[in-house]
Design a protein around this ligand. Structure first.
Ligand code: PLP
Length: 393
């Protein structure tokens, strides 16, 4: 046996190139000389050093999302959507700052606002993002940023992003938009004046419920660098394999989004005609409370989320999930498969029944993330759920 040193000599030569991004799991990158390493660190040569600081699969994915969002500066891919939220909040704020959050943010973002930031000496307020005046009233001299989602979860209210952007410009406060629900297909927040945009790539962008990733980008180079340094220092780095899978998912993002959105519109109309359904929420329906704003802000898109309220409270909700057993009752969204969420027992269980009621979320309230199933088959699965509710009456 001929013995070799530990490292192989790279890939075999090929006059032709792969059409798919290679997976590069290497943790470290070897340099020719200390001079060449200086060139890299000082920006005269491109290259990688250590995967926590950056690696090719994360960069390939980040450049694709940058392009979709029209990011003014390169964004960074991190290990989850919450890592992206954290990179913004802790990368850009310091003790003594004040932060405003939309009052219906994603559950863990709300927890950051209520518990973690105050513990670190960063004051927080929550305000209604459908009302720019309410956000303006919450601004203090030390307010650093406002974090909003364009479509709220699970009540699907539409934020007054343009009004809030104006407030932020006037008061020299950063506007941060979590664009996970809406995606760049429906809105590109940088065009509306956002200073920072972030995603849970886990959801619609990667789209197959098999990777957990986040992305964040800023308008100003200084803020982009602060978030990048914070992410790298605190180890928010994404796995190359996850980035590779997410890039694969991203190839079909637009097709998936359009298909899911069309089915969501059909499902919403179908549910609205059912006697056991009290209320249906979908941004393009004429009965949506923010329809006019949705038309403008989402450019006619409704996205893939539908919420509805059943008559009959928890008993009806139990009967429904059992009857609609073909639909995954699971806490994610934006997957190729339709998922059903029951906020009262999951995302919003920490709230009192009274606070849930104030947000319009009873025990009969469900949120649906519509996937890519055949629309007829999906509607039949929902009808099976409704039939099970009817059988309990
Ligand atoms: C899921 C989600 C997050 C968190 O993303 P993870 O990838 O699960 O960490 C943040 N914001 C919104 C709107 C989400 O839906």
């Amino acid at each position: 046996m001929k013995r070799t040193l530990m490292r192989p000599g790279g890939m075999p030569d090929s006059a032709s190139a792969p059409v798919v991004t290679p997976l590069m799991p290497s943790v470290a990158y070897a340099s020719d000389t200390p001079d060449r390493l200086d060139d890299q660190y000082e920006g005269r040569a491109a290259g990688y050093t250590y995967a926590r600081e950056g690696h090719p699969n994360a960069d390939v994915l980040a450049r694709r999302i940058d392009a979709m969002e029209g990011a003014p500066h390169p964004g960074v891919v991190v290990g989850s959507g919450m890592a992206a939220v954290t990179a913004v909040l802790l990368g850009l704020c310091k003790t003594g700052d004040h932060v405003i959050g939309g009052d219906q943010l994603y559950g863990r973002s709300l927890r950051m606002m209520r518990e973690d930031l105050p513990r670190l000496g960063i004051a927080t307020s929550l305000a209604d993002p459908t009302d720019a005046a309410a956000i303006a009233a919450a601004v203090r001299p030390n307010t650093r940023l406002v974090l909003i989602e364009v479509v709220s979860n699970p009540t699907l209210r539409i934020a007054d992003i343009d009004g809030i952007a104006q407030v932020c410009r006037d008061r020299d406060v950063l506007l941060v938009v979590d664009n996970t629900f809406t995606t760049p297909r429906a809105i590109q927040p940088f065009e509306h004046g956002a200073d920072v945009v972030l995603h849970s790539v886990t959801k619609l962008l990667a789209g197959h419920a098999d990777v957990t990733l986040g992305w964040v980008a800023a308008r100003q180079a200084e803020q982009a660098k602060m978030m990048y340094d914070f992410a790298v220092t605190t180890g928010m780095t994404a796995s190359p394999f996850d980035c590779w899978l997410a890039e694969r998912g991203l190839m079909s993002f637009e097709l998936r989004f359009d298909r899911a959105e069309a089915t969501a519109a059909r499902l919403a109309d179908h549910l609205a005609g059912q006697p056991l359904v009290k209320r249906v929420l979908f941004p393009t329906r004429p009965d949506h409370p923010d329809r006019a704003r949705a038309q403008g802000v989402l450019q006619g898109h409704g996205c893939n989320m539908v919420s509805f309220e059943l008559e009959g409270g928890r008993a009806a909700a139990n009967a429904f999930t059992q009857g609609a057993h073909q639909i995954a009752f699971a806490p994610t969204l934006g997957d190729v498969g339709t998922t059903l969420s029951h906020p009262a027992s999951s995302s919003h269980r920490a709230l009192t029944a009274q606070s849930r009621a104030a947000l319009g979320m009873s025990e009969g309230f469900f949120r649906v993330s519509v996937g890519l199933e055949d629309p007829e088959a999906l509607i039949a699965a929902f009808d099976a759920g409704l039939a099970a509710v009817a059988a309990t009456k």
